[in-house]
Design a protein around this ligand. Structure first.
Ligand code: PLP
Length: 406
């Protein structure tokens, strides 16, 4: 049984007040709060078990290396990926996608080659491809979402042409919560011989992930949205694709031999992990993923589906409230605007005064904002510890905004 009150007790920050009101934290889409097990793992790693990894022959270095390397297996298990060697540690999704852009895509693109993207993408899955457009003449082919905010997988597949080198698509919109059938996209793209990168930054947070079931080539995740530390993350890369990649960052740890006129590289995945990594961040990330697996991602998904349905039912009565994207089965992420002149920043300031933390702005998704015809929205994004009572608090605060600005 999913006991949300017991789960809330695992997150120390949730018991604090903000502006004299109990905190209602609805900014999980930006970054999630951390359970005690993650905070404890970080504290223990720094206070008892810290040293640099891979290099020393002393006790603490070996211990830190074991704990750090162990996380590769935890991430693989969380993603249902059979081989931990296909996990590359990163500082987050942004680094993971830049790695693919630089190390895999750049060497195989010539002017006029295409990358297929959707308009739902976060800037982290846009700007690395713009680099290739600016520097190498790559063409970005954009697929528009449907009126309800969903993405038709067939439209993505139909956008693939003879010059398409990669499809790069999100599993879940960070703005609207729209879920994308990435497995269908992968099947269609692979039938045409085109690899697929999936941005799992949001998708992996809200439901179980199985890499074999998705069938992608690259799957990027970010630790801080998965209740882990900032600066942690990973990208899963299919072995065949890893073998095609040139190194990205150069430095210690990613080499086998360095001479004055020669250099040879470590085997993947370490070939793509130069320099001292986020040792403690990744150890904390491992603790977060163990926590999520103990809760069961299917239970998290069911809890959040209940919150989504409850919120949708509560929003229905508010005829001055606009929800951007209402596709069936979407995640519990709501981008809201109010009729009238109120700017998203004003709304979020009023909500903050009521202790309700949301995000206002363009959510690093400017092409989607343009498509929706809005300059900014107020985003309430729910996580595994939110409650129906918090939906009520959000609605009360929105009603106050309507009174003030409506
Ligand atoms: N992709 C999506 C869908 C996101 O929501 C985010 C973060 O907001 C990112 C990518 C980038 O993640 P990070 O900033 O952790 O690299």
């Amino acid at each position: 049984m999913y006991d949300v009150e017991r789960i809330r007790a695992d997150f120390p920050i949730l018991s604090r007040e903000v502006n004299g009101k109990p905190l209602v934290y609805l900014d999980n889409g930006a970054s999630a709060q951390k359970p005690r097990v993650v905070i404890d793992a970080i504290t223990k790693a720094y206070s008892q078990e810290y040293a640099n990894v891979h290099r020393g022959l002393h006790y603490l270095s070996n211990l830190a290396t074991d704990h750090y390397e162990n996380v590769r297996g935890i991430i693989a298990r969380f993603l249902g990926a059979p081989d931990p060697e296909e996990i590359v540690f990163t500082s987050g999704t942004t680094e993971g996608i830049n790695l693919v852009s630089y190390a895999w895509a750049a060497p195989r693109l010539t002017a006029g080659d295409e990358i297929v993207l959707s308009v739902l993408e976060h800037h982290a899955n846009i700007v690395p491809w713009h680099f290739l457009r600016e520097r190498q003449g790559a063409v970005l082919k954009w697929v528009e979402p449907e009126a309800d905010g969903s993405l038709d997988p067939q439209k993505v597949i139909d956008a693939i042409g003879p010059r398409t080198k990669l499809v790069a698509v999100t599993q879940m919109s960070n703005v609207t919560g729209a879920l994308v059938d990435v497995a269908a996209i992968c099947r269609g793209a692979h039938d045409r011989g085109v690899p697929v990168l999936v941005d799992g930054s949001q998708g992996a947070v809200h439901r179980p992930v199985s890499i074999p079931a998705i069938g992608c080539d690259f799957y990027a995740i970010t630790g801080h949205k998965l209740y882990g530390p900032s600066g942690s993350g990973a990208i899963w890369i299919a072995r065949e694709r890893m073998a095609e990649m040139r190194p990205f960052l150069g430095g210690g740890d990613m080499i086998r031999d360095v001479g004055r006129d020669t250099v040879t590289y470590a085997d993947p995945p370490m070939r793509f992990e130069a320099g001292t990594p986020g040792i403690v961040q990744q150890i904390g990330f491992g603790a977060a993923l163990e926590y999520l697996m103990a809760l069961g991602m299917e239970n998290v998904a069911a809890h959040e589906a209940d919150l989504r349905d409850y919120a949708m039912a509560r929003f229905k009565g508010l005829n001055w409230l606009n929800i951007q994207g209402t596709s069936p089965g979407k995640g519990a992420i709501f981008s809201l605007t109010l009729d009238g002149a109120a700017h998203a920043h004003d709304i979020s300031t009023v909500l903050d005064k009521k202790g309700v933390a949301v995000r206002a702005g363009t959510h690093c998704a400017m092409p989607l904002m343009e498509h929706l015809g809005v300059t900014a929205t107020c985003r309430a994004s729910f996580g595994l510890y939110n409650t129906r009572a918090e939906v009520d608090r959000l609605v009360e605060a929105l009603e106050l905004c309507h009174e003030l600005f409506g």
